[in-house]
Ligand binder design. Structure first.
Ligand code: AMP
Ligand code: MN
Ligand code: MN
Ligand code: MN
Length: 283
């Protein structure tokens, strides 16, 4: 591995309006290019339909691109997100798997709206729907935008702290893809499975160890070390995890919207030294 590969400005995690971002794939590609990104991936939640537009934009902008996805999965009764990178978006098993994951979202959104109504927030199903380009991908982010619009809170963080986050009424749990299925769909589509923002899961050390072990046994290869969801001290912590488990390291802003994301495309620090990047054999 050469130093150049490590220091390339790779941003391998972000969302377009196809899922819960606000920009089109083309606008994101342009923003990535302008932000200095040299290798980019679009990783919409549970959906691949933005990839062809992203790919076309990237060939116009001369930006290296790998198709991606962020799969909502359930392991040990908790939600984890698994990013699939360099997948073949035409793979049927992956496409059918993602369709099955999307199925639960409308009914869940109805329940979120009921709970919010009990907390005094009216009309949130229709309100959230206005922010979603596809009702099958209605997410808490769309509810959060409606709650902000209606003036119940003044920041996204406040909305999640009060209404939608861990332990709050609006955080309606569902069974997403099984972890083993999510990894298998990605690997079967020729991609690399990567644990997204590990610092966001409320696991104790024992559970985290079990999760990393099982993910690896299932064929998972990578972990996000530098992400917009981690604090700088977590970059170091998950660099250690990557070394300990022999995971490839990934880097991605998890950019959703100019007004919401504190880390822009391409503006993250580099991976810590001594890690093998998930893109080591793609560039
Ligand atoms: P869902 O898939 O419907 O459960 O929604 C999850 C999405 O909510 C994530 O992909 C993030 O975009 C967003 N989200 C979760 N927690 C937070 C938070 N604390 N602040 C801002 N956005 C969040
Ligand atoms: Mn999201
Ligand atoms: Mn995520
Ligand atoms: Mn994400």
């Amino acid at each position: 591995m050469t130093g150049t590969r490590l220091s390339i400005n790779a941003d391998l995690h972000c969302h377009s309006r196809v899922s819960d971002g606000v920009l089109t794939p083309t606008a994101l590609a342009q923003r990535a290019r302008e932000g200095g990104v040299q290798l980019w991936s679009l990783t919409d939640h549970d959906e691949l339909s933005g990839i062809s537009e992203a790919q076309e934009a990237c060939s116009r902008f001369d930006l290296a691109f790998v198709p991606g996805v962020e799969i909502s999965a359930t392991w040990a009764k908790r939600t984890v997100h698994i990013v699939g990178l360099n997948i073949d978006p035409s793979n049927l098993v992956l496409r059918q798997g993602l369709a099955s994951v999307r199925e639960g979202r409308v009914a869940r959104a109805r329940r979120i709206a009921e709970r919010l109504e009990n907390m005094g927030i009216q009309g949130s199903f229709e309100g959230a729907l206005r922010y979603a380009s596809n009702p099958q991908l209605l997410s808490r982010t769309h509810f959060a935008r409606y709650i902000l619009e209606q003036g119940y809170c003044s920041t996204m963080q406040e909305v999640f702290d009060q209404y939608l986050g861990e332990g709050r009424a609006g955080n309606v749990r569902v069974d997403w893809a099984k972890l083993e299925d999510a990894v298998q769909w990605i690997v079967g589509a020729g991609g690399r499975a990567v644990i997204a923002h590990p610092g966001r899961y409320a696991y104790d050390a024992t559970q985290a160890d079990a999760f990393f072990d099982i993910f690896k046994q299932l064929g998972g290869e990578g972990i996000e070390v530098v992400t917009g969801s981690h604090r700088p001290e977590q970059f170091k912590k998950y660099a250690d995890v990557a070394r300990q488990y022999g995971f490839l390291a990934s880097r991605g802003s998890d950019f959703h919207a100019p007004s919401e994301s504190h880390i822009d495309l391409g503006s993250l620090p580099q991976l810590p030294e001594g890690l093998k990047p998930v893109w080591h054999d793609w560039v």
